[in-house]
Write a protein that binds this ligand. Structure first.
Ligand code: UDP
Ligand code: MG
Length: 316
């Protein structure tokens, strides 16, 4: 890849930070000692997602301690969410490999060497699997069901899609479009994009400082995102294939029923308005509307043709 030729740093570690000031110094220490042992060059990209607890001052302090070559930072002007933070951090990262990890010390930098080794084996994405989790049952149980469902939908068997701890080949990370709450499905997105995705078991620690930023609502939001994602994956390029068929079915069903009543009317000379007649008319109206939605979808897709529609693995 042309852009990778000028890369100087071996590894970028992207860390989304939302009110995690107490964890940052220890996290940085862990990363730095891991890389000292590993003998690879690294940079940490802290993305402060609108923290109000002074996290950014801590990041600036760390920049002074470790030097700006080691630490890059981005500060959002408000809380934009983890996906936005990851997206900005990955865009800014200059490493040949990109690692993402949470700021809360739940992810252990000691797992980084194994992740990098997997990338060297030829995988594009190495996803962490928190096999032994130190989170409340109310979080781990729904998560199990969730991962099983996502595996089926994504066509990729992983135990832990949403783990924040992952390693990517730079090109693979940069080609992901991460917005909304898509950080929960990154392995699925990468897989659909043709990346080779695997997982390794990573240690997981209980939160030491602060508290989790996500409540029970995440399950609901996640389910909505999954529907959107599946729809986009399948019908992004041709919305009419979905809306057109649905609309036609409704119209044909409605027309069939009305036709039947029409024939009966002609034969018996008695016109009957029955509930089914009304339903048939409703069905036809709805069918026309759904087809119109499909056409609008086609118009949107058409204006988006300029967007990249392929994913390159190598360019020499
Ligand atoms: N985070 C963020 N923006 C947000 C919410 C969370 O950058 O709006 C960061 C947070 O600081 C942490 C990571 O995302 O580094 C994971 O958040 P958390 O630990 O609260 O999630 P959990 O581990 O409970 O899934
Ligand atoms: Mg956490």
């Amino acid at each position: 890849m042309s852009q990778e030729k000028s890369i100087m740093t071996d590894v970028s570690i992207v860390v989304p930070v939302y009110n995690e000031k107490d964890s940052l110094p220890e996290l940085m220490k862990g990363i730095s000692s891991t890389f000292d042992r590993l003998g690879k060059s690294y940079e940490v990209v802290f993305v402060d997602d609108g923290s109000s607890d002074g996290s950014y001052d801590v990041v600036k302090g760390l920049r002074e301690t470790y030097g700006d070559g080691k630490i890059k930072s981005i500060r959002f002007s408000r809380n934009c969410g983890k996906s936005a933070a990851l997206s900005a951090g990955i865009e800014y990262a200059g490493g040949a490999a990109i690692i993402t990890m949470d700021a809360d010390l739940q992810d252990d930098p000691a797992a980084i060497p194994e992740m990098l080794a997997k990338l060297e084996e030829g995988w594009d994405v190495v996803s962490g699997w928190k096999k032994v989790r130190h989170d409340p049952f109310g979080k781990t149980f729904p998560s199990k069901i969730w991962n099983a469902m996502t595996s089926i939908a994504a066509g990729l068997k992983l135990h832990d899609f949403n783990c924040g701890f992952k390693a990517y080949r730079s090109g693979a990370a940069k080609s992901l479009e991460i917005y909304g709450d898509r950080h929960r499905y990154l392995p699925a997105l990468a897989h659909w994009d043709g990346c080779r995705v695997t997982e390794i078991v990573v240690p997981h620690h209980a939160r030491k400082f602060g508290k989790s930023k996500y409540g029970a609502w995440r399950m609901f939001n996640g389910a909505m995102d999954m529907i959107t994602l599946l729809f986009l994956k399948r019908y992004m390029k041709s919305p009419m294939h979905f809306f057109g068929i649905l609309g036609m079915l409704l119209i044909v069903a409605g027309a069939g029923v009305l036709g039947y009543f029409g024939v009966m009317w002609a034969i018996t000379g008695v016109m009957r308005i029955r509930p089914l007649t009304l339903l048939a008319i409703g069905s036809m109206v709805m069918g026309v509307q759904i087809i119109s939605i499909g056409l609008i979808g086609e118009m949107i897709t058409n204006t988006m043709q300029a967007r990249r529609q392929y994913s390159v693995r190598e360019r020499l």
